[in-house]
Design a protein around this ligand. Structure first.
Ligand SMILES: Nc1ncnc2c1ncn2[C@@H]1O[C@H](COP(=O)(O)OP(=O)(O)OP(=O)(O)O)[C@@H](O)[C@H]1O
Ligand SMILES: O=C(O)c1ccc[n+]([C@@H]2O[C@H](COP(=O)([O-])O)[C@@H](O)[C@H]2O)c1
Length: 195
């Protein structure tokens, strides 16, 4: 059975922290592939700054050349709020032969109990929760049905966020080495995040 990790996010824009997170999950959980899933409308955030197609193009540019990374635009093609349960249900229907894992950043693990239909989601797949090697995540506060389905994967801390990148662009500061060069070129060419 193919083992595929799903990394959902706004990716506004994708940055090196996302790529390292995908790589760490790939290695720790012995995944065959990681699929990046850009949200159309994130459940717990304001609307993205860049439109879905531009965020998808930046992702494609970021992962080019890595045969085990792929962009899955299922949420961009579905109207309304991008709930993970809807995405996972659809992907499992389309790929019954695949074992899926949902990858979550260390800051997101404690939020899992608030996700839509989290009990059904935890029945459908396991989670890979990234954690800093020097700072183990405290899972004792999570409900046991989530804890049972949570695998931890160590990742060297990388203090980069999309909001920091957008802030830097607005201030005219450099984001070089925070995003892959093709993403930097795309942002500059399209004058993204300048206002
Ligand atoms: N630097 C990072 N290290 C590890 N995981 C990350 C990092 N940045 C984001 N993630 C994880 O990647 C997923 C998608 O994140 P998202 O697209 O919201 O990026 P973000 O940088 O957190 O964005 P924003 O700053 O706009 O909130 C989430 O699970 C998030 O926890
Ligand atoms: O389905 C939910 O209720 C839910 C609540 C919060 C976050 N998520 C998903 O988690 C991923 C990361 O979220 P975010 O807010 O960091 O972009 C993204 O794919 C979201 O759709 C999903």
């Amino acid at each position: 059975m193919l083992r595929i990790g799903l990394l959902g996010g706004t990716f506004d824009p994708v940055h090196n922290g996302h790529l390292l997170a995908a790589q760490a999950a790939h290695e720790a959980a012995k995944l065959d592939e990681v699929w990046f899933i850009p949200t159309l409308m994130p459940p717990h955030k304001s609307q993205p700054g860049a439109d879905g197609d531009k965020r998808r193009q930046m992702l494609e540019a970021a992962i080019a050349g890595n045969p085990v990374f792929r962009v899955e635009d299922i949420e961009l093609r579905r109207e309304g709020t991008s709930y993970t349960i809807d995405t996972v249900t659809a992907l499992q229907d389309q790929h019954p032969e695949v074992q899926f894992y949902w990858i979550v950043g260390s800051d997101m693990v404690s939020d899992l109990p608030n996700w839509r239909k989290i009990d059904e989601l935890a029945d459908r797949l396991s989670f890979i929760g990234l954690e800093r090697p020097d700072q183990a995540g405290d899972d004792s506060l999570l409900p046991s049905f989530i804890r049972r389905r949570l695998h931890r994967a160590a990742m060297p801390p990388m203090g980069i966020s999309s909001s920091e990148i957008r802030r830097r662009c607005k201030e005219g500061r450099s984001i070089r080495y925070m995003v892959p060069d093709p993403v930097l070129e795309f942002i500059q060419r399209n004058e993204l995040y300048e206002s």
